[in-house]
Design a protein around this ligand. Structure first.
Ligand code: NAD
Length: 734
């Protein structure tokens, strides 16, 4: 039985109002069934003389559609792989057909002879916005957001988006929007001529019907004689100026790492040289092509399927009832504590924010005031909302105020003794059963739990800075942490709308372990005499958002020194690299180069408007190689391999138990080259045998830190993948 996803009401003027309202779903998405029903509806209206025009809207308040059901897309990937193994040619032909299905349904709508208006009542993304673009008119609610974000999950808009957008707006703006996967407000979309009207939500349908009644043509401009592209032809003086700049901008922005982004540029360029029907074929061909890339498969899996699973609590112990969190305590109102208090209060929780004295606690609360003020100024929050957030935060030096907290997060100085003292004071006032979480970045949670009377209720919740912007949290299980504490921690993380990964206790947990590898590889390169500029650029071309030396400046060079000293103290001489220690000691002790915070680190930070630039003195530290003697591609590989290898070690040691968490943690925590799908997908994507061979080659040239681990060798021999061998219980191995 097929569910009725669309309601149809035909009024006295012969206007059919189609309301998309999928039963049992909070948001409309494109499924095979929805496409079948849409297809049949277009035929029906085309053949019904009584229907003069059609308005399409959604029955879900505030949202039109989230786009395609990417789970459907993922099953398409696996079906394709299965079929390819049997009959490659037939598999590719079938994929080509499926890749174009939505696009040709839309083209049929566009040329059906009936005028369609899309009434965009709210969020309208991906395939939904492409449907709107195929309609003959578009009116959107002022609050609606719309866009084509496919490039962010490794794809591109393959249902006419790359053709209709640059036929409605100028090529440069179109490319920018498509390549960024930008979300547009209704007013921006109107300014770009992507929609015709903006209306109040209650007037949307009436306005759409008015457009039809005033004689909207059922023939699109590009299907009429004499159509002119908004920016003129590709082969014109303007085109000759634009296109060379596009290709250099594309390379600069993407490092040519994203097949989806590359396909956008090709589709727009090739498509604008052709009539629309042929242009749509070009788009279909590229879409089928991109669907077959490793990058698309890995990005869809990590950034859509896995991310959603983790956000929905894939790792939450199922046998524990959801906690009704009302009050959280935050102890330490400094840089991190203030941020944690803010995101908690913003999510509707009551917050007790404790510091050593009233002034320090108030200073932490002032951070929320500042951020809310900014949001109000930008029109993104009302005054009442801002007042509500502040009213929910109680700033006090009095530990007794923590007595009602269901969860207390500790964010005091990174010092074992201070933390132990605070832990004891908090434990003395906490209500029975409440959970204690530490936000330490380096101290093993198991050690900290020793100061707490009931270590079963002690857990780590590691935030990243700035707390309001970074979407990841690492939840750390100490030796004695029990599942109740995990459930509460995950419920908290869900309330504040962050993505959790659950890891077992180890020095640096997951993200910082991989982060240190990134920085450490850069130190190696500096010591080898690789010009610093090449180091930074290689990292960026490999897909990292910030170069390692710039990142080290942000986190502070003296912090690197502190971590090295602590490791030396705790684990002995062999645990750190003596050359690295020498380099950092020189930077900090001899040169006083502490990073951005004192205006000098690996970079110099002159007063604005001058821009930061690499410190010229770096060249004098080590004999410099000539750029032409450096293998730039290999530098890129070294960064990705050293981090991915560390991620594989965390799995081998049982620190990370689910490959999805390593992938998501690496992308959200470090910005690890998103086109790979994350560190573990990077390995699986090239295949464990190829990765192992690459490690061996790099180990021979650059040292044993690249040597493949026993697990990798074993997996390479057996032809296994991480997602196969460590398949999460709730997800099919891909
Ligand atoms: P911070 O110095 O900015 O803040 C620490 C706060 O703790 C200060 O306001 C201090 O007054 C308060 N404090 C100290 N002793 C106290 C006591 N006995 N009772 C109550 N309050 C007390 O430090 P931060 O950067 O916010 O770091 C806090 C914790 O978060 C550390 O464990 C750190 O490792 C961890 N962390 C930091 C970052 C980061 O990027 N800074 C990231 C993740 C985790």
């Amino acid at each position: 039985m097929t569910a009725e996803n669309f309601r149809i009401d035909i009024d006295a003027d012969g206007i059919a109002l189609v309301t998309w309202d999928m039963p049992d779903r909070s948001m409309n998405v494109f499924t095979e069934e929805v496409m079948d029903q849409l297809d049949a509806m277009i035929d029906r209206f085309a053949g019904d003389a009584a229907v003069k025009g059609v308005v399409i809207t959604s029955g879900k308040e505030g949202s039109f559609t989230g786009g395609a059901d990417l789970n459907m897309l993922q099953s398409m990937f696996s079906q394709f792989e299965a079929k390819k193994a049997v009959d490659a040619e037939a598999a590719v032909a079938e994929l080509f057909e499926r890749a174009g299905r939505m696009s040709w349904i839309y083209r049929k709508l566009e040329t059906s002879g009936k005028p369609y208006v899309c009434a965009i009542n709210g969020t309208c993304m991906g395939g939904g916005f492409e449907l709107a673009l195929a309609c003959h008119g578009r009116v959107a609610a002022a609050s609606a957001k719309m866009g084509l974000p496919e490039v962010k999950v490794g794809l591109f808009p393959g249902a006419g988006g790359t053709q209709r957008v640059p036929r409605l707006t100028d090529t440069q703006a179109a490319l920018q929007m498509l390549l960024k996967g930008e979300t547009l407000s209704a007013s921006k979309a109107k300014a770009m001529k992507l929609i015709d009207e903006v209306a109040a939500p209650e007037d949307l349908v009436a306005k759409a019907k008015d457009m039809l009644k005033s004689g909207l043509s059922p023939v699109k401009a590009w299907d009429q004689e004499g159509f002119k592209l908004p920016s003129g032809p590709v082969y014109s003086a303007a085109g000759a100026q634009l296109w060379p700049a596009v290709s250099s901008l594309y390379r600069k922005e993407t490092g040519d790492n994203y097949p989806g982004a590359r396909a956008i540029v090709k589709c727009v360029y090739e498509g604008l040289l052709l009539p629309i029907d042929q242009a749509l074929k070009v788009e279909q061909r590229w879409f089928a092509n991109v669907l077959q890339t490793t990058e698309a498969a890995m990005m869809v899996r990590s950034l859509f399927v896995s991310l959603q699973a983790l956000n929905k609590g894939a790792r939450r112990p199922a046998d524990i009832a959801p906690t009704a969190l009302k009050t959280v305590g935050v102890v330490g109102a400094g840089f991190m504590g203030a941020g944690i208090a803010y995101v908690s209060a913003k999510a509707g929780l009551s917050v007790v924010l404790v510091d050593r004295d009233q002034a320090a606690a108030d200073k932490g609360k002032a951070h929320s005031e500042e951020l809310m003020k900014k949001l109000v100024g930008q029109g993104r929050a009302t005054k009442e909302e801002a007042e509500g957030v502040l009213a929910r935060i109680t700033a006090t030096p009095d530990y007794a105020a923590l007595k009602d907290a269901d969860l207390v997060v500790e964010a005091v100085f990174e010092d074992r003794a201070v933390k132990a003292d605070v832990t004891k004071q908090v434990a003395a006032v906490m209500k029975p059963g409440a959970i204690f979480a530490s936000n330490t970045s380096t101290i093993p949670i198991t050690h900290l739990a020793e100061a707490f009377p009931d270590p079963a209720r002690f857990i780590g919740i590691h935030f990243f800075s700035p707390v309001d912007k970074m979407m990841l949290t690492e939840v750390i299980m100490a030796e004695k942490t029990e599942s109740q504490a995990l459930a509460v921690a995950l419920d908290f993380v869900r309330v504040i709308k962050k993505t959790p990964i659950v890891v077992n206790d180890t020095r640096g947990f997951f993200v910082n372990r991989c982060f240190l590898r990134y920085i450490s590889e850069a130190y190696d390169m500096l010591i080898e005499g690789v010009p610093a500029m090449m180091i930074e650029n290689a990292a960026k071309f490999a897909g990292m958002p910030v170069g390692p030396l710039a990142l080290n400046d942000e986190t502070a060079v003296d912090l690197a020194q502190k971590i090295m000293k602590a490791t030396l103290r705790d684990e002995g001489e062999g645990a750190i690299n003596a050359e690295h220690f020498k380099l950092i000691n020189h930077m900090v002790d001899d040169e006083n180069r502490l990073g951005r915070k004192n205006g000098k680190g690996f970079y110099d930070y002159p007063d604005k408007p001058a821009k930061k630039h690499l410190w010229a003195g770096l060249k004098a530290l080590y004999p410099q190689k000539k750029p032409e003697d450096v293998d730039f591609a290999e530098l890129q590989q070294r960064f990705l391999v050293t981090m991915a290898l560390e991620a594989s070690r965390t799995i081998e040691e049982g620190v990370v138990t689910d490959p999805r968490e390593a992938d998501i943690g690496s992308i959200l925590g470090l910005g690890f080259a998103p086109y790979t799908g994350g560190m573990i997908s990077y390995i699986d994507g090239m295949g464990v045998p190829a990765f192992t061979a690459l490690c061996e080659r790099l180990a021979a040239k650059y040292g044993p830190h690249f040597a493949p681990t026993p697990l990798l060798k074993d997996m390479a021999e057996k032809g296994e993948s991480f997602y196969g061998r460590f398949a999460p219980a709730d997800a099919a191995a891909a």
